[in-house]
Ligand binder design. Sequence first.
Ligand code: SF4
Length: 428
Amino acid sequence: MSNFDKLFSFGYPSYTKDPELYYNCIKNSHPRYRAEIFDIYFSDPYRYKFNGVDHIYGDVMGTPLPEAHIKSLLKIQKEFGIEVSLTFNETYPNRELVEDIPTLKGFVAHIGKYYEMGVRSCTISHVHMMATGLLQREFPEMRWKNTVNHIITTPQQVVDYHTLGYNVINLDRSLNRNMDMLKAMQPLRKKYPDLILSLLVTEGCMPSCPFKVEHDTMGGKNPDWSYWQHHGNMTCKVWRHSMNNEMPRAGTEMIWGDLDTFNEYRGMVDYFKFSGRNMSLPDNTYDQKFVWSNIAHIKGQKWQADNGNLNGAIESGTPVAVADYFEQVVTTNPGIISNFQPLRYCKTSHPTTLDKVAEIDKETIWATGKGRALNHVLKNCKNECWDCHACERTFGAPDVDSLIEVNRDVSILQGHANHFKGIKISHE
Ligand code: SF4
């Protein structure tokens, strides 16, 4: 067993048309790439009727999977031993889930269907449901995970949620910028040896975004509705494409500017969680493999991959580094670790290529003295940007105290905001 086994949790790219695309990419990947996966998470929301009204409990991302994809994931679990994880992560408290017996029975049957099929990992956001102990009794071999949307930021919270029956605690992404608190979590691992700590290392949302709770609730409650075509036009779309988006302060994405930084975080959690359920694999991926590559999109990096597809870059001679599995990244030619991203793909015939790492890294801000200094600050800056501005000063952007103020001019807001401009409301 390697130190890198089961180190990463990946979201299933839910907008992929044909499940064989993902299955083949996994099958074609290096066995070590597969061994490094902790689990692959997906959702299948529970739909039910209560008081004559249709309801749903499950998924803030609005990415339910068709049955063929679920079968394919189970095939991956069986053939390659990669755990798949059923996800219910919306935090709106559906009271009837616990107190209405037919609704509760239906939910237990919904999970039971997966248990029968061999699923042994499940995210449950419904804390009252966990408090009943019912699920733990019905499905004794299930590994229970809380959701990252519980915003767990302190050791006491970890203990409280663990005591409720959660085996895996998904820590809040704010801890990516709060090493003091990650250090304070460490005694827990001795006291609770079964506890598994996970850290979300990719997220584009602004830290503690004031819109997040409402966005997540709307997404979960309206699975056939697009936030981005409505309310999203008033929120991060407004600042996402400006220069601010290049800076770490616009998200909580992990910056591992060097191997030491990676190792510091590695020593404090059991695995790293990557988002990715909003992705899709295109039809040309049947004969491709997943790799780690540092041409991927990451803040401050010059080259962008074409939705994860490396073939164009490789064939056009663009400098690109490709590792068949993560351990190669850190042992062969370690550079800026977080410039590498998983779930990139290329033809199976393309070999590991790590001789261009330094050349690529040199084009990113993280290889400069200023970038290295920012990498150090980010470990513990706690996202108090209004009083810091180190990101702006590194990237040469104007200081802003809050991203909310960027382009916050109603005359240039688009889409849904235009809808409100046309509404006349009398207020005598
Ligand atoms: S607190 Fe400073 S270093 Fe941290 S994200 Fe904000 S501006 Fe960047």
